[in-house]
Every structure is written in structure tokens, then in C-alpha cells.
Design a protein around this ligand. Structure first.
Ligand SMILES: NC(=O)c1ccc[n+]([C@@H]2O[C@H](COP(=O)([O-])OP(=O)(O)OC[C@H]3O[C@@H](n4cnc5c(N)ncnc54)[C@H](O)[C@@H]3O)[C@@H](O)[C@H]2O)c1
Length: 295
């Protein structure tokens, strides 16, 4: 049965003239950012694993997949946040399980993925959102070998581990979709992040393309999303610490002239995960208000 969800009553997208930071903060609670309009349920009876699903964008992706009929497995390293996310999903009528798993741990990822397949009977979608610069330094001289390892291991190896573990289950389901997380920092030179993050997020694009080529004949699509700056809890503090002049400069570099709501990244991710993008694979979708435009 087709279910229509109308989120517009919750809030509207801010217009380009309403870019004041204070208003922006006020309008951006983590779990209630709305998409632009009504959407049909695209994930009825499908099973999605969302890594990093207990925080930031991943959390919002879990809620949105659930709101569109999907069943959700939340993979994260934050036990309390997993519990809260699963409870929120269950309260909204979504079947959900949480797994405390570090995506760097190949064995743990493989076991958790197998447990999800056993519990739900199938896996259709992987959203590999776990990642970030993980509080490592930005400037070259300050970056320790352990910082480089952490950023590469979580972002690149973590994405690889999850994709490798999930693909056999997608094959069993007759196909599926994987969405990886690059970044504007992997597409261009973002002043906000350092060399390890740029390298990791560029590597994810290579991983995405090569994997898409390998599994495409089996009906599995693999695409990357490359977000600009989205003020999840992680980045809110950084934005808070900036001067008014710096914030104005950030906005001046965004042709759409405003900061985004979280749902404006979630919706493109859901598009790539859904049948609406059935002939798209190996692609990268820039979601940055025009701050970086690919040639
Ligand atoms: N927010 C942005 O502006 C932005 C911009 C570009 C790219 N991205 C990418 O989007 C993704 C999500 O970003 P976010 O801002 O929502 O991040 P976030 O920090 O708000 O949430 C990340 C989640 O991943 C979990 N996590 C961290 N390490 C993990 C590990 N080893 N194993 C399993 N889970 C782990 C955290 O506990 C957290 O719940 C990341 O890959 C990030 O690099 C975000």
C-alpha cells in the first residue's frame, strides 16, 4: 500500500533571505528537520543497515527510511545513542535493531551483518555514513600517525568492511543499493578539514566506482553522496565558535545563499538508496548548495 507522508506542516525550508545564524540554529533540531515536501513510501518491507546511524545525518536517515516503511539496523559505536535511535524508531512503528559495532573491525562487522540478515531475513540497503574527521587536527604539523590511521580506518576501511560484508546478502535478495559517504572535502579543497580527511573521502569515491563496476551486473548499485557543510551536533560546535564575519564568508561561498537543513542531505541519500535512481550507479551526488560544482 502506498503511504504518503506530509512533513510540510512541521516546518518549511528557509528562504535565501533568512540566513541569520540564530534563526538557523533555532530551526534545526536534530530529529525533526523536514524534507521539502510529501514523499511516497519507497522502502516498504526493505531492510537497511545504516552505519553511524545513531548520530547526525545517519540518525536522520534511519528515521526517514523508517517513515517510508523500511526496517532499520543501526550500526554505531555510541551505545546510548543507538538505544535512543532504536527507541525512537520503534515508537514510530518501525522495526529496528541496534548493533554496537566499530566499522573498523572486519570480524565484528561481518558478524553484525549476518545477525541482521538472520533477524530480518534479508538485507536490501547499506548506508555507510560512519565517518568524519573524528576530532583529529586539521593542520599538517599537528597530525600524528594515529590521527591518520583513525581517519583512514573509519572512513575507508570501515566503508570497505561494511560493503564487503553486505554484498553477499544483497545478492541473495536479488540486488540492492549501497550509498557511501564522501564529502566536499574529497571533491575540492575544503578549508575546514585536513589532509587525512580529504584523502579518505577521495578514496571513498574510487572505492564506490570500482565496487559499482564489480557488482553492477548482479543488480547492486553503488553511489556516493558528497555533502557540503551540514550542522550536525559534531559540526555545530565548530560553527558556533566561528566569528560572525567567518560565518558570513561561509555563506558567501554558497550560491544558494543559506545553510542547509539536515533533511536536505537525507533526501538525496534516500533517492540514491531507492528505486528512483534505478539506472544510476558509480555516481557521486554533490549536496552542497553549489559551493563546489563538478566540471
Ligand atoms: N555533517 C557534515 O557537514 C558532513 C559533510 C561532509 C561529509 N560528511 C560525512 O557524513 C557522514 C556523517 O557525518 P555526521 O556529520 O552525521 O557525523 P556525526 O559525527 O554527527 O555522526 C557520526 C556517527 O558515526 C558514529 N561512528 C563514529 N565512528 C564510528 C565507528 N568507528 N564505527 C561505527 N560508528 C562510528 C558516531 O558514533 C556517530 O553516531 C560522515 O561520513 C561524514 O564524514 C558530513
Amino acid at each position: 500500500m502506498l503511504r504518503i507522508i506530509d512533513y510540510r506542516q512541521i516546518s518549511g525550508i528557509t528562504s535565501p533571505t533568512q540566513v541569520q545564524y540564530d534563526n538557523l540554529k533555532k530551526d534545526m533540531p536534530m530529529a525533526t528537520n523536514p524534507p521539502a515536501g510529501p514523499v511516497a513510501a519507497r522502502f516498504t518491507d526493505q531492510v537497511a543497515i545504516v552505519t553511524g546511524g545513531a548520530g547526525g545525518l545517519g540518525h536522520q536517515i534511519c528515521l526517514s527510511i523508517g517513515a517510508e516503511g523500511g526496517k532499520v539496523a543501526v550500526f554505531d559505536t555510541n551505545a546510548d545513542a543507538i538505544d535512543q535511535t532504536v527507541a525512537l524508531l520503534n515508537a514510530g512503528g518501525t522495526e529496528a535493531v541496534g548493533h554496537l559495532v566499530d566499522v573498523r573491525d572486519h570480524g565484528a562487522v561481518t558478524s553484525a551483518v549476518a545477525a541482521v540478515a538472520t533477524y530480518f531475513g534479508r538485507i536490501d540497503i547499506l548506508i555507510a555514513a560512519a565517518g568524519g574527521s573524528l576530532a583529529t587536527p586539521r593542520d599538517l604539523a599537528d597530525i600524528a600517525p594515529a590521527d591518520l590511521d583513525l581517519v583512514i580506518d573509519v572512513n575507508v576501511k570501515g566503508t570497505f568492511n561494511c560493503a564487503q560484508a553486505v554484498v553477499p546478502h544483497l545478492l541473495r535478495a536479488g540486488g540492492g543499493a549501497i550509498v557511501t559517504f564522501s564529502s566536499i572535502g574529497g571533491r575540492s579543497t575544503s578549508p575546514v578539514t585536513g589532509v587525512p580527511y580529504a584523502a579518505a573521502k577521495a578514496a571513498i569515491l574510487g572505492l564506490t566506482r570500482r565496487l559499482a563496476r564489480e557488482v553492477g551486473p548482479s543488480g547492486i548499485r553503488v553511489n556516493a553522496v558528497a555533502p557540503g557543510l551540514f550542522l550536525t551536533g559534531r559540526l555545530q560546535g565548530m560553527f558556533d565558535a566561528m566569528t560572525e564575519a567567518d560565518r558570513t564568508e561561509v555563506l558567501a561561498g554558497i550560491p544558494l545563499g543559506r545553510m542547509p537543513q539536515l533533511q536536505e542531505c537525507v533526501d538525496p541519500v534516500l533517492f540514491l538508496a531507492s528505486g528512483q535512481s534505478s539506472y544510476i550507479t558509480g555516481a557521486v551526488l554533490d549536496v552542497n548548495g553549489g559551493r563546489f560544482m563538478a566540471g
